[in-house]
Design a protein around this ligand. Structure first.
Ligand code: MLT
Length: 266
């Protein structure tokens, strides 16, 4: 599938833009890139317009110097919309992509028609979590990413997929291995700085789809339930036999959840 590129400030930003119809923007997880949305780009383009960008430093987008804040991610989402002359869209993301989506909701609420929050959380990091992120940043800058990628695979991919679906594990591994040490460090430092977003979610006046993975240990169902109770118009969909990367591990269930949500909230 072909990616397009445009220039924003000093960065080249790469993105997919496939299908026609209602525009849905999908923001990738850490440490992946827009290619993680392959199952959605392929299937959902039959009914929707799916747009998925590489955040700076990931995939084919230019790197940023030190810190990839979630707010900068939101600015990139907005830049893609402006580039494509789309005024309002459904914005969604998985995990780090969810943090970026919440930052978008904080900064550009008028441009959001619906919100999709998959395998993510609205809380900020604890002090301990921030410290861990800084350790990871320093570790990958010093030692490279291979060990970190193998560690992340066991965390992000659910038990069922790991035991039954080695090709999926390898697909995720290949995408993660494309991330540079600098991008990983910048994203860790950026995620560490994100604020708590329950205030933003509580004020949102748009329909929301929250997705959780039955086997997700990174953002367990309690994180999804906390977002659900904070929001006015939210639905929670739990994906069976999937860990953190629900859209890759169980694409049929994920795509059905997304397309039903759009039909029900047309
Ligand atoms: C992700 O999947 O994007 C990350 O695990 C999120 C995080 O590190 O908080």
């Amino acid at each position: 599938m072909e990616q397009k590129t445009f220039r924003w400030k000093q960065f080249d930003i790469s993105f997919f833009d496939v299908g026609t119809g209602v525009p849905v923007v999908l923001v990738h997880a850490f440490p992946l890139n827009a290619r993680m949305w392959a199952p959605q780009l392929k299937e959902l383009q039959k009914e929707l317009r799916i747009i998925a960008m590489d955040l700076p430093g990931f995939g084919n987008s230019d790197p940023i110097p030190d810190v990839l804040t979630m707010e900068l991610g939101a600015d990139i989402v907005n830049a893609v919309l402006e580039h494509l002359r789309i005024e309002t869209a459904t914005i969604g993301g998985l995990s780090m992509g969810g943090y970026v989506t919440m930052a978008f909701a904080r900064k550009y609420p008028g441009k959001m028609e619906r919100i999709i929050l998959a395998n993510t959380r609205a809380t900020a990091d604890t002090d301990e979590g921030r410290q861990k992120r800084e350790e990871v940043a320093q570790q990958v800058l010093k030692e490279g990413t291979t060990g970190f990628v193998e560690h992340m695979l066991t965390l992000l991919v659910g038990k069922s997929t790991r035991t039954k679906n080695p090709e999926t594990v390898d697909f995720v591994r290949q995408i993660m291995l494309e991330a540079t040490p600098k991008a990983i460090a910048a994203a860790q430092r950026g995620m560490a700085r994100r604020p708590d977003s329950f205030d933003v979610l509580g004020n949102l006046e748009v329909p929301a789809l929250i997705i959780a993975g039955e086997e997700d240990t990174v953002t367990p169902k309690s994180d999804a339930e906390a977002m659900l109770s904070a929001m006015k118009q939210a639905t929670l969909f739990t994906i069976k036999k999937a860990g953190h990367l629900t859209n890759i591990e169980a694409p049929a269930q994920f795509n059905l959840a997304l397309s039903s949500f759009l039909t029900e909230n047309d």
